[in-house]
Design a protein around this ligand. Structure first.
Ligand code: GRF
Length: 200
């Protein structure tokens, strides 16, 4: 069973969706660690409730990204983590983690990339009066939401769409799509749509 770490900064509803499928046995993986850069975040409570170890830190307590990532890396190695799942982690992954995990880090983003990258993709879609937005799952590289795309699913914006309604629709898609794709990546040798995921 692959040992994974989930990285989150906030409420962690995607983290919870992953916990749920692991607990039900639908996803054969071991969530070995939650990494969280906001010690008070609800994601940490979710980890505690599920008896998943967490490493919570504040970036301001470290001199640099390299310094806190070195500590994260030590935690990952100590637990034999093989794969990193970003789920609402609001920081760019730096060279320290990328060097060790490139090709083994995935992220979920609430837009159809390359549209609306970075912060507040939902607000960006509303502001642009887009008809379509959605969800992208992609491998992580050194850029901001730029790595190779694994899968995307569309969500339609209605005339009267609000931030809350769009967020709910996007979350509903995310909570199904992320577990399904992780299942493929972690247990079927990374084959997505008949191609080896690492060749995307
Ligand atoms: C999700 O919409 C995800 O796409 C984005 O951040 C949000 C995290 O939500 N990267 P949650 O913490 O999983 O509820």
């Amino acid at each position: 069973m692959k040992k994974i770490a989930v990285f989150a900064s906030g409420s962690g509803s995607n983290f919870q969706a992953i916990i749920d499928v692991v607990q039900s046995g639908e996803l054969k993986a071991d969530i070995s660690l939650l990494v969280c850069d906001k010690p008070g975040a609800f994601a940490v409570d979710r980890a505690n409730a599920a008896r998943i170890p967490s490493f919570a830190f504040s970036a301001k307590d470290y001199p640099s990204k390299d310094a806190y990532e070195a500590e994260i890396l030590a935690e990952l190695k100590k637990r034999g983590v093989e794969f990193i799942v970003l789920a609402g982690y609001m920081r760019l992954i730096g060279p320290t983690l990328l060097r060790e995990f490139q090709g083994r880090i995935v992220n979920i983003h609430p837009s159809l990339l390359p549209a609306f990258p970075g912060k507040d993709a939902i607000g960006q879609a509303l502001e642009a009066k887009a008809t379509w937005s959605g969800v992208t799952i992609h491998f992580v590289d050194e850029g901001m939401d730029t790595g190779p795309i694994i899968v995307q699913e569309r969500v339609r914006l209605e005339e009267d769409e609000t931030r809350e309604s769009l967020q709910n629709k996007i979350h509903a898609v995310e909570h199904k799509l992320y577990p399904a794709i992780l299942q493929v990546l972690l247990t079927q040798g990374g084959i997505v749509n008949g191609k080896k995921a690492s060749t995307y």
